[in-house]
Design a protein around this ligand. Sequence first.
Ligand code: HDD
Length: 700
Amino acid sequence: MSTEPHQAPRAGGADAQPQRSEVLTTSQGVPLRETNKSLKAGPRGPVLLQDHHLREKITHFDHERIPERAVHARGAGAHGTFTGYGTASRLTNAAFLQKDVETPVFVRFSTVAGSRGSADTVRDTRGFATKFYTSEGVFDLVGNNIPVFFIQDGIKFPDVVHAVKPEPDLEIPQGQSAHNTFWDFVSLHTEAQAHTMWNMSDRGIPRSYRMMEGFGVHTFRFVDAEGESCLIKFHWKPALGVHSLTWEEALMINGADPDFHRRDLAAAIEAGAYPEWELGVQVFPDTEEQMFAGIDLLDPTKFVPEELAPVEPIGKMTLNRNPSNYFAETEQVAFHPGHLVPGIDVTNDALLAARLFSYIDTQITRLGGPNFSQLPINQPHSPVNDMQRDGLHQHRIHEGKAPYHPNSVDGGCPFMAGEGNDATAFIDVPEPIAASAKERRQAQSFDDHFSQARLFYRSLTGREQLHVQQAYSFELGKCTDPAIRARQLQALANIDADLCRGVAEALGLEAPQPDREVPDVETSAALSQVGGTWPVSGRSVGLVVERSTPAETLQRLASDVEDAGMSPVFVAPTGGELADGSAVGATFLTARSVEFDAVVLAAAPAAGPDAHPDLDGKAGTPKPGEGLDPRLVLLLQETYRQAKPIALAGPSAETFGAAGLPADGPGLLHCDVAEAIGQISGLVAQHRVWERFDSPAAAS
Ligand code: HDD
C-alpha cells in the first residue's frame, strides 16, 4: 500500500520548473529580446521609467527574502519514505502506522539559535521535524535531538529564546550559548538545567544529522479504533548510531566548511547511502495521574530512561531524495505539532499547549498569510475539502456557493465523516478534566530540577564526562559576569560535586556546596555514545595520493571504499588528473582533516615548492624534496588528535615518525593496499579509536 500524491504539484516532479531552453519571458509570459541592458535615452543617457522589464525584475528581487524562522532558522531537508511495521496496530488506528503502509515524508533538521546563514557545527540543540503525508492527512512530528526541554510551560518560550539569541545591543554572539544572557537565564530558571546538561555533552555537537536520535519530547496519546488510549513518547533511532564531533573538530569545521551538516546529508543521499531511522515508542498506561516511575509524564523537562520503559520499534524511515529547490521546500515547509491524524492525540503538557497555538501563528507572518498549506511542500497528499476561503496567496479556485455547514444550497456538501461514508475522522480523547480552580501554578511534581541532569551526567563514560566538564568550562569562561558564573556553579554543585569542582577549577573559583537535597538516581547505560560498532555507510575516507600513484592502486582503494559503502576523496598536493584519469577531489591546500572519518596514504609526498608557507611554522619546515610535505604532516597530526584511523598503504612505516606520530599509536596501520580499507572500516565502525585519547598527542 502506498499514499500517492494527490493534486499537489510535487517539487522535482512533472510540474517542477527548471531553467528551460525556451525563450526567456517576463512574469506575464511576454518573450524578451534583451535582459542585460536597461532601456535608456541613448547609450549614455538616463534610464527610462517605462522599462517595465527592469522594474519587474528588480521589484521581484527586492521581495525574494521572507522572514527567517524565529528559532531553527538554519536547516537542511530531505525527502523519504516511512514504512509502518504494524507493531503499533494494537495501540493506535493511525493508518500510516499499520503494517507495510508506505508514507512519503519530508524531514527538516536544524540548529535552534543561529540565523539562516549561521554555521552548522555550533554547540546547540538540533531540530528533527518530520512531515508524514499520510492517507488521512498530514502528521507532523516536530521534535529535537534531546528528549528534554528548557522550560515546563510555553509561556516561558519567548524568555528562553531571547536569552539564547544574540544579545540585542550588538547582536553578538551568533548561534552560541556561550554568553551572559543564556547563562543568566538558565542559572536563574533552574528547570533549564537538564536540557543545558545535554547541550554541554557531545549531543550538542553531532557528527552528522544522520547520526542523531530524535525525540517527540512531550507525552502524546495513541488511540485505537475502540477508543482505548495509552500514553507514548516518540523516539527516532538512527541506523548509523549516535555520534559526535570533538569540540576541536566543531570549531575547525565552523571555519573550514560551515555547511558541513547540510553537505553531509545531501552527499550521503547523492551517494545512495540513504540515512535511516527506526521510529519507536515508549508506552505508558493512560492513568489519571499520568506518572511513570515517579516521573511526571506532563513535565517536558523530564525523560523516562529506556531501562524503565523500553523503546518499541513501530516503523522505519529512509531519506532518499534531496530537495531540488531549497527555498521552495526546505525554507517554505511549515511544521505544526497540532497537525495530527486519527489515532494520535495530545496531552495536557503546558509546553505543548503553547506550541499548538504558536506554529500556525508564526507561519502566517513567515509565509505571508493563512494559505501556507497550499504551498507544494505543505500540501497533504490526501484530498483537502475544507471551507477555508480567500486570504492572501489563495491558489485554489473554489467552486460552489455555500462554504458553510450546514447548507442546503450546495446539496449539503461536504458531509461529515461517517455520514453515509467510511471516512475515518479525528476523535478527541474524552479525557475527564478534574474540576479545579483557575490558577497560575505548577504541580509539585515539576519541582525537582536537578536529578535528571545528574542522571544524564552520571550515565556517561569518563571520557564523555570530561567533555561535559570542558564544555561548561568553555561556556562559563565566556561569561563576563561573576554573579552568573557563581549561580551556575551552584546549580552544578546540586547536580554533581566532581563536575562542579572540575568546572570551578577551570574558572579559578571555589566550588560551592549543594544548597538542597537532590534525590539520587539510577544511571541509564543507553545514554552513553561510547562502545559498539555501527554501519560505516556514507563515511568519508581521504585517500592521499600523488600524480605518480599507479592507476591500479587508485582504482583498488577507491573501489574498496565504495564497496564498504563509504565515500572516497582523492587528496593530492595539487589539483588535476590522476593516473587513472580521475580528478583530484581535494588538494593539500583545500582539504582539512575534519572532512574525513579516516585517512589512507597511498603516497607520502615530500615538501614541494607549493607547500603553503603559512603552515610551515606549525608543522616544521623541511626544504623542498626533503621530509614530508608540511600540509600532509598537519593533516596526519590533526587526524591523529581527533582519534581517527590512519593507514599507510604503500609508504614506509617511518612515515608516522616523520609526521611526529608514535609508530605504535592505536589505530595507526601499516598494511598492503589490498587490506587497507577492510582494516580501516573496522575502526571507522567504532566511530573513533577511543583509546587514542589516552595518548599524549591526542585531543580530548
Ligand atoms: Fe518549536 C520551530 C522543536 C517548543 C515555537 N520548533 C521549531 C522547529 C523544531 C521545533 C524542530 C523547526 C521546524 C522546522 O524545521 O521548520 N519546539 C521544538 C520542540 C519543542 C519546541 C521539540 C519542545 C518540546 N517551539 C516550542 C515552544 C514554542 C515554539 C514552547 C512556542 C510557544 N518553534 C516555535 C516557532 C517555530 C518553531 C516559533 C519557528 C518556526 C516555526 O515554528 O515554524 O513557532
